[in-house]
Design a protein around this ligand. Structure first.
Ligand code: FPP
Length: 236
């Protein structure tokens, strides 16, 4: 079965899980798993862009990930810097627009500066938005929204207005959320935005996740009947 171009999910979100187990299976250090995982990132971003996906959001570092050993945290940010440097050209060739979301004030200054610089430089690119969640937590995102709303002295607010206080204010909600490595949890990712998202779980570990796995997930998504709580099938 092929992908139906008319029913493409606009926004795909991915919980990239299983880097550590991938490394362990090979008697390698965990960071080697993350290193291979970052190669998967660019492959999947290109594949999604070629398909015509509008937004790809990747969970690269959660608020909880700060509790990992300092060496692993430092290694992850080093990989991110490497990614920014090595994939810069590819992002331009692909016309991908890079964005980051999360409590990014917490991430090391140099990494933050470089990432934000590339975000500004790719801002006008007309291809897919590659949105990287960094130091991101769904509860924290909701709380910071509530704090801002209180500061503004608002007494009442609609769902639509509330969404404008979230990191994803300019983005559509995800249509499809993929989690690799066999875990079936949301892990504090896009809690507000995934209210009507279709979930797809695969046992494949993130460093082994290939274009074909992305296509499988999209084909499965296209078989689903999205009703948004109603009876009539909503068309995509
Ligand atoms: C989860 O695997 C993965 C992460 C916490 C980090 C994801 C990071 C990357 C894929 C690489 C860097 C990202 C970019 C955007 C260049 P895990 O360590 O929890 O795996 P485990 O559950 O098997 O231990």
């Amino acid at each position: 079965m092929d992908i139906d171009q008319k029913k493409l999910p606009q926004h795909i979100a991915i919980i990239m899980d299983g880097n550590g187990r991938w490394a362990k299976e090979r008697n390698l250090e965990r960071l080697k798993g993350h290193e291979h995982g970052s190669r998967t990132v660019i492959n999947i971003a290109k594949a999604a862009n070629h398909l015509g996906i509008k937004v790809l959001t990747l969970y690269a570092f959660s608020t909880e990930n700060w509790k990992r050993p300092a060496s692993e945290v430092a290694g992850l940010f080093k990989l991110l810097r490497r990614f920014i440097k090595e994939e810069r050209e590819t992002l331009f060739q692909e016309k991908i627009c890079l964005k980051v979301m999360g409590n990014i004030q917490k991430i090391p200054f140099l990494v933050r500066r470089e990432v934000l610089k590339l975000c500004r430089e790719t801002e006008k690119n007309q291809g897919m938005i590659l949105n990287i969640a960094l130091s991101y937590g769904g509860r924290e995102e909701i709380l910071q929204a509530v704090k801002k709303i209180l500061q503004e002295g608002k007494k009442t607010i609609s769902e639509k207005q509330f969404s404008k206080f979230l990191y994803t204010r300019e983005l559509p909600d995800p249509d499809l959320l993929i989690r690799s490595s066999g875990e079936q949890r949301i892990s504090n990712f896009l809690l507000w935005q995934s209210a009507y998202t279709e979930f797809y779980f695969t046992d494949v570990l993130w460093p082994d996740f290939e274009e074909s796995h992305l296509y499988e997930a999209i084909i499965e998504y296209q078989k689903r009947n999205r009703r948004y709580g109603a009876i009539i099938t909503k068309t995509f």
